[in-house]
Design a protein around this ligand. Sequence first.
Ligand SMILES: Cc1cc2nc3c(=O)[nH]c(=O)nc-3n(C[C@H](O)[C@H](O)[C@H](O)COP(=O)(O)OP(=O)(O)OC[C@H]3O[C@@H](n4cnc5c(N)ncnc54)[C@H](O)[C@@H]3O)c2cc1C
Length: 292
Amino acid sequence: MTPERFEYVAPASLDEATSTLRDLGDEAKVMAGGQSLLSLMKLRLASPRYVVDLGRVPALNYIRDEGDAIAIGALVTYAELKASALLRERCALLPRAASVVGDVQVRNRGTIGGALAHADPAGDLCAAVLALDARLKLVSTRGERWVWAGEFFLGMYASVLEPDEVLAEIRVPAIAGWRCAYLKAARRPSDFALVGVAVRCRIDGRACADLAMAITGVSDRVFRARSVEEALNGRELETALIEETASRSMDGVDVSGDIHASSEYRTHLARVYVSRAIRAVGAISGPPTPSV
Ligand SMILES: Cc1cc2nc3c(=O)[nH]c(=O)nc-3n(C[C@H](O)[C@H](O)[C@H](O)COP(=O)(O)OP(=O)(O)OC[C@H]3O[C@@H](n4cnc5c(N)ncnc54)[C@H](O)[C@@H]3O)c2cc1C
């Protein structure tokens, strides 16, 4: 399929991009890596009259040390996240999640800003930023505002971004030395997650502290696993506690079923991956888990 006719606009700065979006209104769509938008346009599920390409705004491509945080420009690609020595050392969850997204082509073109703005309910980075309590900077000609990742995702492919706003920056905490894991179950290595579990925590003495977990692929949006966090924070990560917590982790969650996995199977898979993720950060080897 080919997209409907559209006009291509390539602003050279963030200011120019936001004024263009203000002037063109609902008929314009921002493009970053194009990995989701172009597919939708080819399928004619999206037919914007104007495509505003951010690709010529170099000021949106950086990874900067900001002391207790790391600032990431929206145009940074999955491949750049994966390769960043700063992130690997000080916020390893993000490169780990980025390294299992799609295939090499997708990772070379797809951007962190595009991944979050798209708000895919199976997005890998959506879970990572949620578990990290990241802050997102949204910019328009009306000014800028910061939102927490926990407030950003509204539902399936829906976020708080207004049509005239650009997601410009993502700030993640610098958590060198913390433990983290991103575990993903997919039918094939390059597929979207049937279940993805992002987790980070500190070990304080023998107890686990500041554990945060986010889950993707399971429901209509990524979500924090609050029951897991409440059950584990302040406790020693022992096998019996982990298994008990994982077995109850999907209670109250509206688990999706589709052609790839029934709701029952996805529930089972999510419990298995929650258990594996906790054991990974607790450095605990457990009983063999069912193969998936
Ligand atoms: C074959 C294939 C496999 C994939 N596998 C996975 C996978 O395993 N896991 C996964 O998480 N994703 C996967 N994806 C999706 C991929 O992650 C996309 O790259 C990502 O969803 C969008 O990033 P992008 O930069 O390409 O954004 P685009 O496609 O350019 O844009 C996506 C949406 O976000 C908006 N947008 C983009 N940037 C901004 C911005 N800065 N501010 C405001 N709005 C913006 C656009 O208007 C559009 O609505 C896959 C895609 C493909 C094609």
